[in-house]
Design a protein around this ligand. Structure first.
Ligand code: PRP
Length: 191
């Protein structure tokens, strides 16, 4: 049985298809490439959720005719949700990036922003390391429950105010490999 068939009985509806996600990433790639033309760029993906968007964004930038002089891809790993469906507000660094960022052009890549705590924590932390520039790229924006005002320079798609999974986003560590964004049926996480 295909793994997506196993998932499908628990999904309420598809929110963004693979094609819609790819188009949003390509648009963000063009914006980032245009803002970093001829300069070295570091894409810093925030695990685990941004696993896929970081890779797809890096490859979309590589396909463009013009853009950064070079692109590095690094990851760090933080967690604020654990197995809960809402953020605890307490962000924990599980694995910091060991790459020096002083003097570099850094784009932090996130799968989703909700309360904003995670990105706020990261921008404060990374900003203290004196990068040449520091911006954020978020594939799915959930603007309904923002508790901190954090800048996001590159936004992909606006997510509805639902519990969403797929394309890197999980529920209890499942669904990350679903290639599209979907809404989870409420009985899955309320039982
Ligand atoms: C998710 C997501 C973001 C964060 C956004 O991470 O990947 O990093 O929550 O939420 P916020 O804006 O309310 O802070 P999570 O803590 O679930 O870890 P994961 O990426 O490993 O799934």
């Amino acid at each position: 049985m295909k793994i997506t068939e196993t998932y499908e009985g628990t999904l309420e509806r598809t929110l963004f298809s693979e094609a819609e996600i790819a188009a949003a990433i390509e648009r963000m790639a063009r914006e980032i490439a245009s803002d970093h033309k001829g300069q070295p760029l570091l894409l810093l993906g925030v695990l685990k959720g941004a696993l896929y968007v970081t890779v797809d964004l890096a490859r979309a930038i590589a396909r463009l005719p013009d853009g950064p002089s070079e692109v590095s891809v690094e990851y760090l790993c933080v967690s604020s949700y654990g197995n809960a469906t809402r953020s605890s507000g307490e962000v924990r660094m599980l694995k910091d990036s060991d790459t020096p960022i002083t003097g570099r052009n850094v784009v932090v890549v996130e799968d989703i922003i909700d309360n904003g705590f995670t990105l706020d924590y990261l921008r404060t932390l990374l900003g203290g390391r004196n990068p040449a520039s520091l911006t954020s790229c978020v594939l799915f924006d959930k603007p309904y429950h923002r508790l901190v005002d954090v800048p996001v320079e590159y936004v992909g798609l606006t997510s509805p105010d639902e519990f969403v999974i797929g394309y890197g986003l999980d529920y209890q560590e499942l669904y990350r490999n679903l290639p599209y964004l979907a809404q989870l049926r409420s009985w899955v996480f309320t039982q």
